[in-house]
Design a protein around this ligand. Structure first.
Ligand code: PMP
Length: 284
């Protein structure tokens, strides 16, 4: 059984509890981060903590925990669960209060929840065989740049896609791809240009995205940050997604159409290998 962390205490997962009045339950009033662990070490930890602070700020939530405190809790949890490879989830809730839309006079302590998931990240079958995705209209709220736990639309469309045999969903708005259900989306053109949507309120500012684009530029690859159309995706040489849990994963089919050769592409494979090497070098 896992050890989890809830509001100052480490305890077995079946003993962990939160209030029914926690605003996370009543209003999805909580933000989160997911950090990968390989060889017992955290990848891109500073980036994830920086984005956590940004999410808190955008939602007028108070910051009660320092990066050092949060790092200590992450490390204790990795140790207590002897986690070699997998993910650490962290959720900050606005806290417990009687139900009221208005939180302006709220004086609650924020809730802090962390738990681990053991998972093979390096040896991911999707990286070998490539993902089959379907396209769905992006009907999420207009602040997808804030990492809130309100993930219902993505969860709904991913479940339906999964039932229909697909691995994931890419979302689109006005004929252009925004991002994947839980990852950022890219194409590679015939000129080997890597294209991914620019940062805005429309997408989550992926920490893996930032690291992978750095790796690409370091290898003299051309990166263009702009929205690409569904037609561009269909005629792309390669397509791939990035996330902390998936790293870099090829897309080989969109609905009923193959992308490129229908096999994971060379640029994608190179980026995956180099991203993993670079992030392991800086893991803490
Ligand atoms: N977009 C969405 C909607 C996501 O949920 C995620 C994963 N949390 C990402 C992009 C990728 O972000 P990161 O690389 O920081 O995991």
């Amino acid at each position: 059984m896992r050890t989890v962390y809830v509001n100052g205490t480490f305890l077995p997962e079946d003993q962990a509890q939160i209030s029914i009045f926690d605003r996370a339950v009543l209003f999805a009033d909580a933000v989160y981060e997911v950090t990968a662990v390989v060889g017992g070490k955290l990848l891109d930890f500073d980036g994830h903590m920086a984005r956590l602070r940004r999410s808190l700020k955008e939602l007028d939530m108070v910051e009660r925990f320092s990066d050092q405190e949060l790092l200590k809790i992450h490390r204790s949890l990795i140790e207590k669960n002897t986690l070699q490879e997998g993910l650490v989830y962290l959720q900050v809730t606005r806290g417990v209060a009687d139900r009221d839309f208005d939180f302006s006079r709220l004086d609650a302590d924020p809730g802090l929840i962390l738990f681990t998931q053991a998972k093979d990240l390096i040896n991911n079958p999707l990286a070998e065989r490539g993902q089959c995705i379907t396209l769905v209209e992006d009907l999420r709220w207009a602040r997808s740049d804030i990492k809130t736990v309100q993930l219902l639309y993505s969860s709904l469309v991913k479940s339906r896609a999964s039932e229909a045999g697909a691995d994931d969903v890419w979302l689109h708005r006005d004929g252009k791809v925004t991002e994947g259900s839980s990852n950022n989306a890219y194409i590679v053109t015939d000129n080997n240009e890597i294209i991914t949507r620019e940062l805005s309120r429309d997408i989550l500012h992926g920490i893996t995205r930032q690291a992978v684009l750095n790796v690409a530029r370091l290898h003299q690859m051309k990166v263009v940050e702009r929205a690409f159309t569904i037609e561009e995706l269909r005629s792309a040489k390669e397509a791939f997604s990035t996330s902390a849990s998936g790293f870099v994963n090829p897309v080989v089919r969109v609905d009923d159409q193959e992308i490129g050769t229908g096999q994971p592409g060379i640029v994608t494979k190179l980026l995956r290998a180099n991203y993993i090497a670079a992030s392991l070098r800086t893991a803490i």
